[in-house]
Ligand binder design. Structure first.
Ligand code: SF4
Length: 347
């Protein structure tokens, strides 16, 4: 049975022609925004929808961090699972979505990367994570009436699942659905060139995980850098359609003693300084068996000052959800965490 959540309204109207466009739009408002219409529940509705699956992925487990971050283990029909995280920030929320089960990029700092790629998420599995988050917020934070921003920074390299990501973003932006704006959605990439070359098709913000601007260092942190080194990516960054106030948002994990010198700051300026740039420094979150250490607050602030001296807008991210392994690079399903622990035990 096909999932309803994989279709744009116009597509579903073609699958259920007896409903007509107006009723399909009502259906979308009802499913996504809980807006009732008299037609919902009618025989016409039930007949037209009986061939489609309206179920969401299951919530297999939920953990709350002391700082308000909530991590969901989302169960899929083939018994795989991914994680989705709701992150609070000043009375607002954002949601971190996964795009793949596991990930094939093998970034060396990343808990998820140790899992390898199992499979791409289908469109309805991506939409399903967000709907779970929206419905949970509605029940637990009824005072919050907005739809949370989305960052695709969970499990997986989103651009490696390009077609499903593109369709999911189009559905999330649909005006009879959540009606999210392009600035409310941010796709993060480790530098997957085939997807970067098509980035403008997505119509959303970009975050790029840099972590070092020296290829010889970045090769050791993000192995796909060997295939697509920085100079091969810069052309794609230049061709991105940065609309008003949009930036190339560089995510930069600060690894103690590895990537936070003055020459790191100067080289970032040299390679990316001609682009509308922001840098978000993320102090590394160690996890069991990780290779690097967390820098001191002083080291991070010192590096931020070096970047600002280069004229680069720089922020430092407060890490959230450390106590439940929900912070950046720490997402991984529980079952596989056990496998990983085995792996480290054996090595
Ligand atoms: S950091 Fe992102 S791209 Fe890299 S291995 Fe982890 S999930 Fe994949």
């Amino acid at each position: 049975m096909l999932s309803f959540f994989q279709f744009l309204p116009a597509e579903f109207a073609q699958h259920a022609p007896s409903l007509g466009v107006n009723r399909v739009n009502d259906l979308y408002r009802f499913i996504y925004k809980h807006k009732r219409s008299s037609f919902i529940g009618s025989a016409a509705y039930l007949n037209a929808c009986s061939d489609y699956d309206f179920s969401l992925p299951a919530i297999k487990a939920l953990q709350k961090s002391g700082d308000g971050t909530v991590k969901f283990l989302v169960g899929l029909t083939d018994n795989q699972s991914v994680e989705m995280v709701i992150i609070p920030f000043k009375n607002k929320f954002s949601v971190c979505l996964s795009s793949q089960v596991g990930c094939g990029m093998n970034c060396q700092f990343c808990h998820t990367g140790t899992q390898g790629l199992q499979r791409n998420l289908a469109v309805h599995e991506i939409i399903g994570q967000y709907k779970i988050a929206v419905d949970w917020l509605k029940n637990h934070h009824p005072e919050y009436r907005a739809y949370p921003n989305i960052v695709f920074m969970g499990q997986g390299e989103p651009l490696h699942n390009f077609e499903n990501l593109k369709q999911a973003i189009a559905i999330l932006k649909s005006d009879v659905g959540y009606n999210l704006g392009m600035r409310q959605i941010c796709v993060s990439t480790a530098g997957y060139l085939p997807g970067l070359e098509r980035f403008n098709e997505l119509g959303c913000n970009i975050a790029f995980s840099l972590h070092s601007s020296f290829d010889e260092v970045r090769d050791t942190i993000i192995p796909i850098n060997k295939k697509w080194p920085l100079h091969s990516l810069v052309k794609s960054f230049e061709s991105i359609d940065y609309k008003n106030s949009q930036f190339l948002n560089i995510e930069y994990l600060v690894l103690q003693g590895v990537n936070h010198s003055e020459s790191d700051a100067q080289n970032i300026k040299k390679i990316f300084g001609h682009l509308p740039l922001t840098i978000n420094l993320i102090p590394f979150n160690p996890y069991p068996g990780s290779l690097w250490s967390r820098p001191t607050t002083f080291e991070v602030e010192q590096f931020a000052d070096c970047l600002r001296e280069q004229g680069i807008f720089t922020t430092i991210r407060t890490t959230k959800g450390d106590d439940i392994l929900a912070a950046c690079g720490q997402l991984k399903s529980k079952v596989d965490s056990h496998k990983m622990n085995d792996r480290f035990a054996k090595s």
